[in-house]
Design a protein around this ligand. Structure first.
Ligand SMILES: [Zn+2]
Length: 288
């Protein structure tokens, strides 16, 4: 009995302290919100930045996170509202004590978008717009090196980091190459939908039994424009969460189309999903 008690105490003491912080809860509009960005905290250190939309960097600074602690940056896709602050992070890293390589993970390209490696070359390469920092793409960098990994994952691709595992899958965002992410750490899990309509049900491959499902809530149920081909409706979000037995849904990437309609969205979601639902706000930190 005493051994069991001590074992329980030890497990409790050793359990990692895991949190996900919303740095940006908005989309690309002028709406008082930063654009999509999330920060994974484990044991008080920022380990993974997911997306870097406009305003992300300021919120990162306010959160007290350190660039030295990041194990990777993961980009769901290369739309402006998900990546435009990336150069600011790299420049700020130059003034930090970071020395170790910073991997940047993102999608492959197509005729409309560069792949992640080309994207970094277009930013920091010899002919890039920020060519004055081109050494950051080399091991000879004055500060630290960034590396790119362009992921094409029709089926889940697993990536191991020091303090978490990242599972990645392609999701449909019309013509834009896009990824969904699942983070697993110490038995806890967070799924980030990225921008997707969830055509072909790709997200369900990530969301099974997830503790937190950050779902991008950019459109209301009825919306007769092109946006329907890009984003999930509240009913689609609810269906995924219900079928996957997700513990908590966080509605993010909020836009003027959905802001002010929270009650309606919630009512629709409640029709099939009975778990907890929260609306994302800047600097909201959710403990797992
Ligand atoms: Zn977006």
């Amino acid at each position: 009995m005493k051994t069991l008690f001590l074992l329980l105490i030890a497990t409790w003491i050793m359990a990692a302290d895991i949190e996900i912080e919303v740095l940006g809860s908005g989309g690309p509009e002028v709406d008082g919100r930063a654009s999509a960005s999330y920060l994974l905290w484990i044991d008080g250190k920022a380990r993974l930045l997911i997306d870097a939309g406009s305003g992300s960097m300021l919120l990162f600074e306010q959160s007290g996170a350190k660039l030295e602690d990041l194990e990777a940056i993961a980009l769901t896709h290369l739309h402006i509202d998900h990546v435009v602050d990336l150069p600011s992070y790299i420049k700020a890293g130059y003034f930090s004590s970071r020395k170790k390589v910073l991997p940047i993970i993102g999608p492959i390209g197509n005729q409309y978008f560069p792949d992640t490696n080309t994207f970094l070359q277009l930013l920091f390469g010899e002919k890039g717009v920020y060519r004055y920092m081109s050494d950051v793409l080399t091991p000879q960098s004055d500060s630290f090196e960034i590396t790119a990994e362009s992921i094409d994952a029709a089926n889940i691709s697993h990536h191991h980091f020091k303090s978490f595992e990242l599972s990645i899958i392609n999701v449909n965002h019309d013509i834009i190459p896009a990824l969904g992410f699942r983070i697993d750490a110490d038995g806890k899990s967070i799924v980030i939908s990225g921008d997707t309509r969830n055509l072909n049900g790709q997200l369900e491959k990530l969301t099974q039994e997830a503790d937190i499902f950050i779902a991008h809530h950019a459109i209301p149920q009825i919306h007769g424009t092109y946006a329907n081909t890009l984003h999930m409706t509240p009913a689609v979000i609810a269906d995924i969460a219900h079928k996957s037995n997700v513990k908590k849904v966080v509605l993010s990437h909020r836009m003027k189309r959905t802001i002010g309609n929270e009650e309606e969205s919630l009512k629709l979601i409640r029709e099939s999903y009975k778990g907890e639902v929260v609306f994302a706000e800047e600097r909201m930190k959710i403990k797992l």
